[in-house]
Write a protein that binds this ligand. Structure first.
Ligand code: AMP
Length: 217
């Protein structure tokens, strides 16, 4: 199974991608997580990406396409994958199509987790992320069992610098300019499904399970 999770920042696509990945034994390839790790490690990729990320902009397509090209060749990605945060531009979507065509693979599903902008700002203000494993939490909607401690790995939770209101505004503009046009790109292909991301996490999870059950392989 090869699938893409689309959606604005804070729509809950990372939360849902993680759940589906665990249930189905697929790697969750979250480009934002890969980039944050690269920044932490001070690698060339991290140095290239940092200023764009801090400003809430997009890391250049060439960098992202190279990253995904390499990641999809790893052994764990041969049985399928969930892309979380890629593609974010038409050029990235076209590059992914070209990569898949080359290895004669299909994209099985594009899930679009939809949440209106007005709700996004509040959601990101309450978002906490694990420093170690990047598991996402929300102070109200999805709190950890112990304050500021990750349920999964015991890591410390922190608030992302790019979740501050000013940067969130830029990220939403970038989403509407560059990424939401991908809905049209995928809609005509028969494998695009939208889910209402304003529902509780478990309800979205069930909606996704129903969609996955209906996807023929
Ligand atoms: P995320 O964790 O998905 O919100 O990503 C955090 C930041 O990483 C984004 O605001 C971008 O600066 C960068 N980023 C992640 N994925 C991509 C991508 N596919 N294309 C360009 N930039 C990306």
């Amino acid at each position: 199974m090869r699938m893409i999770f689309l959606g604005a920042p804070g729509a809950g696509k990372g939360t849902q991608a993680r759940i589906v990945a665990e249930k189905h034994g697929l790697p969750q390839i979250a480009t934002g997580n890969i980039l944050r790790q690269a920044v932490k490690d001070g690698t060339t990729l991290g140095q290239e990406a940092k200023s764009f990320m801090d400003a809430g902009g997009l890391v250049p397509d060439g960098v992202m396409i190279g990253l995904i090209h390499e990641r999809l060749q790893q052994p764990d990605a041969q049985k399928g994958w969930i892309l979380d945060g890629f593609p974010r531009t038409q050029a990235q979507a076209e590059a992914l199509d070209a990569l898949l065509a080359k290895v004669q693979q299909d994209l099985d599903l594009v899930v679009d987790v939809q949440v209106p902008d007005a709700e996004i700002v509040g959601r990101l203000g309450g978002r906490w992320v694990c420093k170690q494993c990047e598991a996402p939490y929300h102070s109200k909607n999805n709190p950890p069992k112990t304050d500021k401690v990750c349920d999964h790995c015991g890591g410390e939770l922190y608030q992302r610098a790019d979740d501050k209101p000013d940067t969130v505004a830029s990220r939403l503009t970038v989403y509407h300019t560059n990424t939401s046009p991908l809905i049209g790109y995928y809609q005509g292909r028969g494998n695009y499904r939208a889910v209402d991301g304003t529902q509780p996490i478990e309800t979205v999870e069930r909606a996704l399970e129903a969609i996955l059950a209906g996807v023929s392989r």
